[in-house]
Design a protein around this ligand. Sequence first.
Ligand code: AMP
Length: 282
Amino acid sequence: MEVIEAVNDLRKIIKEYKKQGETIGFVPTMGFLHNGHLSLMNRAKQETSIVVASIFVNPTQFGPNEDFESYPRDMERDKRLCEENGVDILFIPTVEEMYPDGYSTFVEVAGDLTRQLCGRTRPGHFRGVTTIVAKLFHMTTPDSAYFGKKDAQQVIVIEKMVRDLNMDITIVPCPIIREADGLAMSSRNAYLSPEDRKNARILSRSLFDAIAKIQEGERDPVMTKRLLTEKINSVNQAQIDYVEVVNGKTLQSIPRIEGDVLIALAVKFGKTRLIDNVDVSV
Ligand code: AMP
């Protein structure tokens, strides 16, 4: 595995691979890797000949009072995991490499897609995400890029950016990887106290219950939302940011549960904000 910090070095090596007819699969991450990230790398390895992963904690997608400084980092462990999971090129740029002094260009998917759900409580978050992903796409020029459905809104926003900017890249959404008790894997789970870690099981449990109710015939999004909210609120330490039942493509609210539906939530345990979702096709 090649570990690369400079954009120019990355471009050079990728050009060489492309000349030889290799296909490039790209997995962008913020590191502190877990099985969710590794599942994307493994999928990329199956579908493309060269896997490029990046680890970059992107400051522009964090709000002023968010956890950019304290975001968990362990580069030595991450390097080992990348190597063990078939990554050919690991790109680990510095903040200065990605945003040199005077940097002033941003990519923004405007409108409702980025204003709903996480966009409501994290204004500017998706602008940071699309800016860094667009930059990374230009540097890696991948054939395919792999994203987890854990960040369902992020996948939809990136797909929109790729369509709108005519980027010749296939976006591959990948399933959510969960802990044995259902909690969606996340680098931020490391922040949870043992008690909050236990309490956090309510997120996936209430989402799975909601799916079961829909399978039994529930079609009312308001009722579904109420059930989820009540369950989560039954855990004292849980502070709901949002619970939404929306159209799985447009993220707009829906009068009735039918077609592709996304049930998504964000809940805080102390300072730790966790997200989770399920999608259902009715
Ligand atoms: P992050 O490092 O949190 O920015 O995530 C990097 C990529 O890994 C994103 O595409 C995430 O959606 C994906 N990812 C994070 N957690 C999971 C998970 N539990 N299952 C699947 N993909 C995930």
